[in-house]
Write a protein that binds this ligand. Structure first.
Ligand code: NAD
Length: 445
């Protein structure tokens, strides 16, 4: 165990050579991410929304005025050194898929066509039992779930060799699976493997990918709300193999707004009586979420946020009786351009009610793509720094952050940001920033 207050920093292997980014799912988020990285590499775009590329980090005292870019402070893979691969049950290449998803305008996508056409999805481990609204033809077959995992491991090794990658990371950008509760077979690696041999229903496709990645020593980040790596067996395997894991569910759109606003209400001790959120969206994600079982997985991920931030048990007068409702409606004409309405009923001094209405004309994949980039780069950094298991410091990116058993997740975006940056400082042996500030006033120096 490291001494958390030591200033020595961690030993971090350099980010030399190529980083292979494996994506499960080559839909709206994945193709928008790939297109954006290539557009940035070609000098056509800037990495807007990416903390690793655009944010600075303060070091030392405010008077020292040391604020390097995050990417100059910690050794991250260069965007020029990234290679991509993906699995998808739909055989469209990345260009065709991006065109169908309709996130990017043709004038932005077409100059990238040649590059994007070169990314063709490998056959997926896919089963309609877990994603009811999809049909796929580009699918692996195998006698058992363990055989399927072996095939994924071969894909991973082949990609690494063919593209001469030094390191790999995997980000789940595939559809939300049906709601599953933790099961007895998720208890240990041994019971999970036995269940995979028996084709047990409690082993979802996302777990087969996660198992394959961890066995191959590849960090795994989960962008969907599925359980996937959030089960004891995967935590055990990640520990055994020394691999970082993290999830769940990219924090974009309405939940991002909630984790910005709710901490503000709480900071000012304003009460909340209700929060009604509704969305219309018309992309494939919306279609998949039209299935009540997939929606339940998403709903669970979205509902916990407000309660965790507001802590009704500590502030019963303010947050003891909140009505929180989330609706997602599939509405094809909107495509990827979601509209999210929030009606928020708050109350203030002497209990007087107030209302806030938000109408967010949001582009979900535009918000998710930089998260995929940051997670890929930071998971790779974590691995090179010798960190393994749950990476709580990456909660910043997730709607439903994975944490050690017994801990409450941190949802407040600003605490998450502080946690992330302080972790980077800790890794590099820099002083933590407490924002205390008395040191600037003579008497306390
Ligand atoms: N768009 C966002 O901002 C956002 C935010 C948070 C979470 N997410 C989650 O990210 C995921 C991707 O979102 P999207 O908008 O790109 O959806 P999408 O439907 O456009 O893409 C998902 C892709 O995954 C593929 N897929 C499904 N099952 C698969 C499997 N077993 N193996 C490989 N591929 C599989 C589908 O064929 C599809 O191409 C969803 O789970 C979504 O809930 C998205």
């Amino acid at each position: 165990m490291n001494d958390l207050h030591a200033q020595a920093g961690l030993e971090i292997a350099p980010a030399e050579g190529k980083l292979g980014v494996l994506l499960v799912g080559l839909g709206a988020v994945a193709t928008t991410f790939i297109a954006g990285v290539e557009a940035i590499r070609q000098g056509r775009s800037k990495p807007i929304g990416s903390l690793t590329q655009m944010s600075t980090i303060r070091l030392g005292k405010r008077t020292e005025r040391q604020t390097p870019l995050v990417k100059e402070f910690v050794p991250l893979a260069d965007l020029a050194d990234i290679e991509f691969a993906a699995w998808d049950p739909i055989p469209d290449d990345a260009y065709e898929s991006a065109r169908v998803c309709g996130v990017l305008r043709p004038e932005d996508l077409d100059p990238l066509a040649e590059f994007m056409r070169g990314i063709r999805p490998m056959p997926a481990v896919f089963d309609r039992q877990y994603v009811k609204k999809l049909e796929g033809t580009n699918v692996k077959s195998g006698a058992t779930k363990l055989d399927l995992a072996e095939q994924l491991r071969e894909d991973i090794r082949r990609f690494k060799e063919e593209k001469a990658c030094d390191r790999l990371v995997l980000v789940w950008c595939a559809s939300t699976e049906v709601f599953m509760r933790p099961h007895e077979v998720h208890r240990s690696v041994e019971s999970l493997e036995a269940a995979m041999r028996e084709n047990h229903d409690a082993v979802a496709p996302s777990m087969i990918y996660a198992y394959a990645a961890l066995r191959e020593g590849v960090p795994f980040a989960n962008g969907a709300p599925n359980l996937t790596v959030d089960i004891p067996a995967m935590i055990e395997l990640a520990g055994e193999r020394g691999v970082p894991i993290g999830g769940k569910d990219f924090k974009t759109g309405q939940t991002l707004m909630k984790t910005i606003l709710a901490p503000g209400f709480k900071a000012r001790m304003l009460g909340l009586s209700g929060w009604f959120s509704t969305n219309i969206l018309g992309n494939r994600d919306g279609e998949v979420l039209d299935d009540p079982e997939s929606f339940k997985t998403k709903e669970e991920s979205k509902l916990g946020v407000i309660e965790h931030i507001l802590q009704p048990e500590m502030y019963p007068d303010l947050y003891g009786d909140i009505y929180h409702k989330v609706r997602i409606n599939y509405y094809p004409p909107r495509g990827d351009n979601k509209e999210g309405w929030d009606n928020i009923d708050i109350f203030g001094w002497m209990g007087y009610p107030m209302q806030i209405k938000i109408d967010f004309l949001c582009r979900d994949s535009i918000l998710a793509a930089p998260i995929v980039l940051d997670l890929a780069l930071l998971m790779d950094l974590a691995k090179r720094a010798g960190l393994h298991g749950i990476q709580e410091w990456l909660s910043f990116y997730f709607k439903s952050p994975q944490v050690a058993e017994g801990l409450d997740p941190e949802h407040d975006l600003f605490i998450q940001q502080l946690k992330l940056k302080n972790t980077l400082r800790w890794m590099m042996g820099e002083e933590q920033i407490t924002h205390l500030g008395v040191e600037y006033y003579g008497d306390y120096q």
